[in-house]
Design a binder for this molecule. Structure first.
Ligand code: TLP
Length: 348
């Protein structure tokens, strides 16, 4: 276990600290200038990421947000729409970057479960028309963060990609937690993403690296993506020091994600027994829990404050909804302690 402090930090899986092995790899990394394409460690990471995701090439980016931003830019032109799920990260948590950088409007589709299906998308698809901005891109999120770590099955993604391609549209997959989705489905990330045109995934979430994400796709798209990364200020020079822990994350960490999923299920079962908390443990598939606290009579932000007094960190995502995320730095005992803290926090 890699418990960094006394806190039980369930705010996100982004909070993990690098392991001793990652820190050693950072110190010993072979480096060069990545803007010249000369950092051997970055080159290795990009090649391995592409291989593992079954794509031609990869690009190391500082953040998932930058990976999504570049993907939207790659596949669209100004004045188009990007179809995405209504609670998607790309629309709600990236400071309107698709408008700011790519000049596109989000066309959000609400779903009850966070899973976009072709039948929903077909209704919102628009060709160029006297009144309508045309659809430029379909964006999917797997796992879906705010829907509670929900997994979109491979058949659903495949159908969307086939139909989109028939209409000449590209599909970008925000796979910040694609290895969580693949773990849940018991298939490889490459199988799951086989038909998507580009995939972004994060090393810095469930995989435990301190920094970094990858965008993968065709060689041609990644060559263009490299220029957009530079425009966004993401040319990182001796970035091998960051790619080195990323390689460890990519090679070793996906295998342990089932542990986080089991801990999330344990938390869900415990939370379901707490007075005023509403969650269906059977719907918790991966490492994210989103639950309703309105029947406690308290707003989520007050519950967060009370939990913090008891050494547990968890955020509200609205007055009535809270999120908890399990990861490498919180073990089963930590989850049990978080449950005890929650029982106390909602008591008057
Ligand atoms: N998600 C963060 C916050 O921004 C909400 C978190 O704590 O979960 N796609 C998805 C699905 C994400 O969940 C995130 C980060 C990103 C993209 C962006 O990644 P970063 O933070 O590296 O820009």
């Amino acid at each position: 276990m890699n418990q960094p402090t006394q806190w039980i930090d369930l705010r996100s899986d982004t909070v993990t600290r690098p392991t001793p092995e990652m820190r050693r790899a950072m110190a010993e990394a072979e480096v060069g200038d990545d803007v010249y394409g000369e950092d051997p460690t970055v080159n290795r990471l990009e090649a391995r990421a592409a291989e593992i995701l079954g794509k031609e090439a990869g690009l190391f980016v500082p953040t998932g947000s930058m990976g999504n931003t570049i993907a939207v830019k790659l596949h669209t032109t100004h004045g188009q729409e990007v179809i995405c799920e209504a609670r998607s990260h790309v629309m709600n948590y990236e400071l309107a970057m698709m408008a700011w950088f790519s000049g596109c409007l989000a066309r959000p589709i609400p779903t009850p479960d966070g899973i976009l299906r072709w039948t929903d998308i077909r209704k919102e698809y628009r060709p160029l028309h006297a009144h309508f901005a045309p659809t430029g891109l379909i964006e999917l999120e797997n796992t879906h963060n705010i829907a509670g770590g929900v997994v979109t099955p491979k058949e659903v993604i495949d159908e969307i990609c086939d139909e989109a391609h028939n209409l000449g549209l590209k599909v970008h997959l925000d796979g910040a937690r694609i290895f969580n989705a693949a773990t849940y489905l018991g298939i490889s990330a490459a199988e799951l993403c086989a038909k998507a045109d580009t995939v972004m995934f994060c090393l810095s979430k469930g995989l435990g690296a301190p920094v970094g994400s990858l965008l993968v796709g065709t060689r041609e798209d990644m060559a263009r993506a490299r220029l957009y990364r530079k425009r966004l200020g993401g040319g990182m020079r001796q970035a091998g020091v960051l790619a080195a822990p990323g390689l460890i994350a990519l090679e070793r960490m996906p295998q342990r994600l089932a542990e986080d999923h089991a801990n999330a299920r344990l938390l869900a079962e415990g939370l379901a027994r707490v007075r005023g908390i509403s969650i269906d443990p059977a719907k918790v598939q991966t490492n994210i829990l989103v639950f309703d606290v309105s029947a406690t009579g308290l707003e989520s932000f007050e519950i967060s404050r009370r939990l913090k007094e008891r050494g547990v960190l968890a955020n509200g995502i609205s007055p009535s909804l809270m999120r908890m995320v399990t990861h490498f730095d919180v073990d089963r005992a930590g989850c049990e302690r978080a449950l005890e803290a929650m029982e106390q926090a909602v008591r008057y």
